[in-house]
Design a protein around this ligand. Structure first.
Ligand SMILES: Cc1cc2nc3c(=O)[nH]c(=O)nc-3n(C[C@H](O)[C@H](O)[C@H](O)COP(=O)(O)OP(=O)(O)OC[C@H]3O[C@@H](n4cnc5c(N)ncnc54)[C@H](O)[C@@H]3O)c2cc1C
Length: 288
């Protein structure tokens, strides 16, 4: 299918994009890499009258380190981010997750900003940005606001960005060099969206597990933090049996929904297996 006709606008700055959004009202949509919006338009799932292209806004295309963390501009592409030594060193969990995101050609055009504004519940990025305590800078006619990831992802395909605003920047605190981290995923083919994915961060001090963060996609509510599992692990002796118990608990706590790719039982098994794997690897890294 082809999209219905629309007017195309190319913004050269964030302020110009905001003015165009105000001029063209509710049925205007921003486009960054187009890797999610264009398929949706082709399928008739989105039919904007006005499309505002921000991909050439060079002031939003950056990856830099400042104030103990990363600052990533909204139109920085996936491949720019993956290729940045700053990201490799400051946020290795993000790089781990990126190994599962799409294919080279999609990553060449697709942006982190577009990815999280699309907020697909099967995407890896909302999950890791939540575990990494990222915050998002959103700009609109009334000025700028900074929203933590825990409040940015409102629901499936829904974020805190309203129709008059744009996301300008993603801020991610650097990971501590002492922490362990891991990301694992099962999808139909490499580069597809996840059926289930698991991400974890933790530290090990004096043989005890601390500061545990475990999150899953495909296990029920999107970007689910497994708080009961985190509480079960906190302060426990780092070893195989507690990890096994925690993975069983994650499977019991999960509330997956059957879909075209997998039934509930299979997803629950994936939750158990992937939780065990990420916890074991994170403990191993943190214990080195
Ligand atoms: C074959 C294929 C496989 C893929 N596999 C994966 C995968 O495994 N994991 C994964 O996470 N993603 C995957 N994707 C999606 C990919 O990561 C997209 O690049 C991403 O989801 C959207 O980024 P974009 O820059 O292309 O955004 P666009 O498609 O341009 O925009 C997406 C949405 O975000 C809005 N938007 C864009 N930028 C802003 C902004 N700055 N402020 C406010 N709103 C904005 C747009 O209006 C639109 O609603 C896949 C895509 C394809 C085509």
């Amino acid at each position: 299918m082809k999209p219905v006709p629309f007017d195309y606008h190319r913004a050269s700055s964030a302020d110009e994009a905001i003015t165009l959004l105000a001029d063209h009202g509710e049925n205007a949509r921003l486009i960054a890499g187009g890797q999610s919006l264009v398929p949706m338009m082709n399928l008739g799932l989105a039919s904007p009258d006005h499309v505002i292209d921000i991909s050439d806004v060079s002031a939003l295309d950056f990856v830099r380190e400042e104030g103990g963390g990363l600052q990533i501009g909204a139109v920085a592409t996936h491949n720019t981010i993956i290729g940045s030594d700053l990201v490799v060193s400051a946020c290795p969990l993000l790089i781990e997750a990126y190994k599962h995101v799409a294919h080279h050609t999609v990553r060449n055009r697709g942006t982190l900003g577009g990815n999280i504004c699309h907020s697909d519940p099967a995407s890896e990025m909302p999950l890791v940005l939540t575990l990494l305590d990222a915050s998002m800078v959103i700009r609109g006619p009334g000025g700028e606001r900074v929203v933590p990831a825990s409040e940015f992802f409102v629901g499936e395909f829904e974020t805190a960005v309203n129709s008059q605003e744009l996301l300008t920047e993603i801020r991610i605190p650097s990971q501590s060099k002492e922490e362990g981290y891991a990301f694992e995923e099962v999808s139909q083919r490499k580069g597809d969206f996840s059926i289930v994915s698991a991400a974890c961060r933790l530290t090990v001090a004096g043989g005890k597990i601390k500061d545990v963060r475990l999150g899953l996609t495909g296990a029920g509510a999107e970007n689910k933090r497994m708080s009961a599992v985190e509480a079960h692990l906190e302060g426990a002796d780092a070893g195989d049996s507690i990890i096994s118990d925690a993975a069983d608990l994650a499977a019991r706590q999960a509330d997956p929904t059957a879909d075209l790719h997998a039934d509930e039982d299979y997803k629950r098994d994936l939750v158990r297996a992937l939780s065990r794997r990420v916890l074991a690897r994170a403990v191993q890294i943190a214990s080195q």
